[in-house]
Design a protein around this ligand. Structure first.
Ligand code: SAH
Length: 274
């Protein structure tokens, strides 16, 4: 199946659930374990951010959409998990496919706990998370030796839909040179204000990476102080990763997608300035 003749590819048993990350969008960022699962599954239960091209790799499987469509997220999450248990108990080979990495802001841990407690054979397949792979597609390394020694991945809203009160934005502002915010679009104004109040400069570079790694990828270069207004003016919509820190400047020299299509001249002055 793959050009790795000696590899022992795991076999999906009837009644098993494999909880798998699909990466941030580009099908090429899928793992080989994910592809192996797509080829074997009877049912693929997938989330909103999983691309059709990836699902096309499971032509034999039934596809069930489990994306969030507003309403009550927690009740819906229980429905999804219950559905996985039902399908497994019917003896199906179940692939639960989630965007990015299943254990990064994806509630994969919650699903896995229920499956394991129900005695269902469960396998976890990690994926490339949007906050790392998506930023790499925008030319932003999440760490860079001379720039930052720490990076924080944080969610911009919690289960209630509000800015998470449990997040200590002051500690993050003071302790992490690079801050990567998932689900941050709705509360970007509040988040920026909290970081500035905690001592971060409004002039600090920031980037908003929308639909990262897909053909619809857009990157907004902005600053901490102006990001809310710039996002509003741009009309950009989620899914987006917000990224704040001096490391964002590296993008001016590392935006390999722009360079590949000959857009480097526009970026050269910024590169020289840094
Ligand atoms: N488990 C996923 C995250 C799920 S939370 C992962 O590891 O990537 C959903 C959030 O992830 C979105 O609101 C957005 O902030 C981010 N996200 C996921 N895919 C993205 C993409 N292709 N481009 C930009 N942001 C993305």
């Amino acid at each position: 199946m793959f050009p790795l003749p000696n590899a022992q590819w795991p076999v999906m048993s009837p009644g098993a659930v494999w909880l798998c990350g699909a990466g941030p969008g580009d099908p090429g960022l899928l793992t080989l374990h994910a592809l192996n699962a797509l080829r074997q599954a009877d049912v693929v239960v997938y989330d909103a951010l999983v691309s059709q091209q990836i699902l096309d790799w499971a032509p034999q499987a039934e596809l069930e959409y489990a994306g969030k469509r507003g309403g009550k997220p927690s009740a819906q999450q229980e429905d999804i998990t219950d559905r996985l248990v039902v399908l497994a108990r019917q003896g199906k080979r179940v692939l639960r496919l989630k965007g990015g990495d299943p254990f990064v802001f994806g509630r994969g841990g919650e699903e896995a706990r229920v499956l394991i407690a129900a005695g269902i054979a469960t396998r976890i397949i990690p994926g490339i998370t949007a906050g790392i792979g998506g930023l790499a597609y925008a030319g932003i390394p999440v760490t860079h030796r001379e720039v930052n020694q720490a990076v924080t991945f944080v969610t911009g809203h919690d289960a209630s839909g509000e800015t998470p009160i449990s997040v200590d934005w002051t500690a993050i502002a003071q302790g992490s040179q690079m801050i990567v915010v998932y689900m941050g679009m709705k509360h970007v104004g509040q988040i920026a204000a909290k970081l500035i109040a905690a001592g971060r400069s409004p002039d600090e570079p920031a980037a908003v990476v929308v639909s990262a790694t897909t053909p619809q990828q857009r990157v907004l270069d902005t600053t901490l102080g102006t990001m809310e207004a710039d996002i509003a003016a741009s009309g950009l919509e989620p899914p987006a990763i917000l990224c704040i820190g001096e490391g964002v400047r590296l993008r001016h020299g590392l935006d390999w997608q722009a360079l590949a299509v000959g857009l480097s001249p526009a970026l050269r002055p910024a590169m020289a300035a840094s």
